[in-house]
Ligand binder design. Structure first.
Ligand SMILES: [Zn+2]
Length: 116
């Protein structure tokens, strides 16, 4: 019994503190699926990769008022995400990459019932 309680406490702490908790997992996965499990910046195929290597990036950075709407988010590999930081997308991504992002954010998310 004590062990079970300890496990529950541990799990709670984990969920509360882990990075990436700003978006629910199903929504995150729906955006990855919308983007074809591909980094929209460098085109790297992220299907089946280490979960730490696949990230969501904000088109308009949160620091500049960008929200967590799926139309402000795109799939990005860890490497491109950390290189970009808070730079505007236009100053970082290639024109082709920007075209890909703009095309993908218009797509509807599948399997996600809630809308922001
Ligand atoms: Zn990339």
């Amino acid at each position: 019994m004590m062990e079970l309680e300890a496990t529950i406490k541990k799990r709670k702490r984990k969920n509360g503190k882990r990075g990436g908790g700003w978006i629910v997992q199903s929504r995150r996965l729906a955006i990855y699926a919308r983007d074809g499990w591909e980094c929209l910046i460098c085109g790297l195929n992220l299907r089946g990769c280490d979960p730490r290597a696949i990230t969501l990036d904000h088109i308009r950075p949160r620091i500049n008022g960008g929200g967590n709407d799926s139309r402000n988010l795109y799939t990005c590999c860890q490497s491109c995400n950390s290189k970009r930081q808070d730079r505007p997308l236009a100053g970082f991504a290639s024109p082709d990459a920007i075209k890909r992002v703009k095309r993908n954010i218009r797509r509807k998310l599948k399997g996600v019932s809630c809308r922001l």
